[in-house]
Design a protein around this ligand. Sequence first.
Ligand SMILES: Cc1ncc(COP(=O)(O)O)c(C=O)c1O
Length: 475
Amino acid sequence: MTDALTQLRAMQSADLPVHGGRTLAYVYDSGLPDIDRIGREAVAAYAGSNGLDPTAFPSLLRMETEVVGTAADLLDAPETVVGTVTSGGTESVLLAVQTARDSRPGIERPRMVLPATAHAAFHKAAHYFGVEPVLVPVGPDFRADPAAMAAAMDDRTVLVVASAPSYAHGVVDPVTAIAAAAAERGIRCHVDACIGGWVLPYAARLGRDVPAWTFAVEGVTSISVDLHKYAYAPKGTSILLHRTPELRRPQFFASAAWPGYTMLNSTMQSTKSGGPLAGAWAVMRSLGDAGYERLARDVFEAVDLIRAGIGKMPEIDVVSTPDSTLIALTTDGSCDPFTVCDEMAARGWYVQPQMSYAGSPATIHVSVSAATRPHVEELLEALGKAVAAAVATGPVAVDPGVAAFIAELDPLALSDDDFDGLLLAAGLIGAYGREGLALPQRMAEVNAMLDLATPAMREALLVAFLDRLTRPTRS
Ligand SMILES: Cc1ncc(COP(=O)(O)O)c(C=O)c1O
């Protein structure tokens, strides 16, 4: 009988590779095997430790305060700054919104002002915490429009958000103007630097042109920065920083209203593995400031080379000049982005399809890591071939009748059987049970149809898909 670890390795071989610099979304790879090993060993060493009680596991408390201190230095924070290590960007965002809401208990129907490009984690926070999102259209370069943001702020606004950078387009919002408008009205301003937090400070140090976005900007009250992205730590860590302890206080939760231990939490999780924090601490200790600067140099060299290569491909272009390490590519109509994604996958590269939304065209998302630097030429060669193949196939043609049908679908009017039928027609589930669940090799047709659906329909269809995907395996 094969042992469990051998089985795991065999199962994992079907997943996207997390090393090698060819997976250009979901993973952030330093390309340094020793760093990965140190991170993994630290996670394993602390897998059973419980971050629930810092007095019981003081080494975790020490790691947390040191990690937050390093972040504070990097983000130009004042002496008063405080921070918490969370499980990821979404948890940092959720806590920023909950904290802002609970700091204004007198506001009955709280709102937050978001650029339309803010990460979906803010919509999740809106849903969880009953904070109405006020979505403000962005400018033609996909950067937030500070005047429009200011105009959207009112007496009910508890939070204003800017991204550094936005995930979908890789651009930094004009934080200085947005934070000033928020401060003038006494409203908190959160900068979502989940992506850029650990790489943009080094970009600035390397002499690149980066708009101001850190605590050096007056009016910025909190910042989220993920360690499992450009701090190249194992998955499961982000930091939420607040400018002062007073700003953070509503984030804490305590309950002595039961006969057990007094529950005292700074995050959404209560019991939490010490593994991710230990992994992040060990990676940060090992790389140090100089190590991160070297990795930033590598990743920005890769970004510049990729952009130069794309400049020679007439069929594709960046949607906006990227400020960071994320690139969004659009096509000129001779091919479609979804087919290019499939063609890249066929060549061993994962790039992520992004649907059109609110004036933003469908795009190809590329998150560049330091590990991609040595492979940029192969990447550009693959991209050139993928584009040529996509041009040869031509854009996915959806029958106009089907297109009209999809555009008019109302998720609220559909039954479970209707969803089964749609998922079957899209090739996302087979005719019967779990055996039929296998993603098609090529996703372009499915993505092109999803792109025609309303966002609400996309959500409903994908939720129905996830529901069927996650039915238990019974013996
Ligand atoms: C700007 C931004 N904010 C928040 C998040 C959510 O982070 P996570 O996936 O770690 O929960 C992401 C993830 O990509 C992001 O890019």
